[in-house]
Ligand binder design. Sequence first.
Ligand code: SF4
Length: 364
Amino acid sequence: MFDDLAIYIHFLYCKSRCPYCDFFRALQPKVFDEEALVARYLDEIRRFAELCGKRKVKSVFFGGGTPSLLSARAVERVLAEIAGHFALKSGAEISLEANPNTFEKEKFLDFRRAGVNRLSLGVQALEPAGLKFLGRIHSLDEALNAMELGATAFDKFSIDLIYARPGQTWGAWQKEIDLALTFGLKHISLYELSIEEGTVFYKKNIEPMDEKDAARLYEQTVFYLRSKGLERYEVSNFALDEANRSVHNLTYWQGGDYIGIGEGAHGRLKTHGKIYATVDGEIKEEISALERAEELLFMGLRVREGIDAERFFEVSGVPLFDFLNMKALLRLAELNLVYYDNCHIRATDKGFLVLDEIIRELLE
Ligand code: SF4
């Protein structure tokens, strides 16, 4: 019995480089050959279809980069190809990441018509100084206009914001959250600003917020959003209810099968009892059960419900409680950092603040 498949479509380009971004790959060329790119997408979709057979597909995610730079026609062609080769489930989640610039906003309704039913908008800040600091090329007004349209045009709508910007106070951050909530959001993603090697911020020696202050801000945010009905279901993701969670991203966190289409896009496929890494439209290598188990631990503890032991075994072939350092597990449970029973393990609210340490100890 196969899992339903998630398909990721990777779009490399951006209009400009954000100084904090370590995903950045390439500026959109002046003459952008969309036809060649779509031909590559279609070719990879066909190759994967030969590999996987007519598997059911529960989600498609156009990410990047800035996939809203694609035309709606390109998105439509990719979706038609997927529907032609796979069993695209009715009501499948079709997400697209977009930036709120006017140029992209004007395409939102065309994206909707092309089949996109979930929009994830890279707003990042909801005050002018924050947008400027983050090097975003959209204005606050553009962000608000795009949010207004996104919230009404799509079945599912989410925005990304970045917190723990240097000097940011809880009061100022709370105002941004409140402004975001005026759009009736049912999903929001909040990412802590970290200064990663290779980014412009790193080269400029931008000092990150003190770790303790950032953790406090995160904790306040979690409680505040909870009081507004938005529950944290993953470290950085908050939703009104299960129906508004990201089906696609949960696939990664819960060890589901997914394939990546487009240059450098990765995937994980389980077939004939083996787990394979995929890249660039083909199988790259087999992944050992222990490697997959480690991946599952890293990702599964990010989710509110944590890791289900049966599911862990089903995906990796490794029994969860044989895999974990049981002494560490007992100690972490005593410290109220994790909760576990015979069937599953999850991080507590307190544990969510030190997830990396928990995972390190469980692997020792
Ligand atoms: S944050 Fe998004 S828009 Fe900015 S450079 Fe990175 S991928 Fe591109």
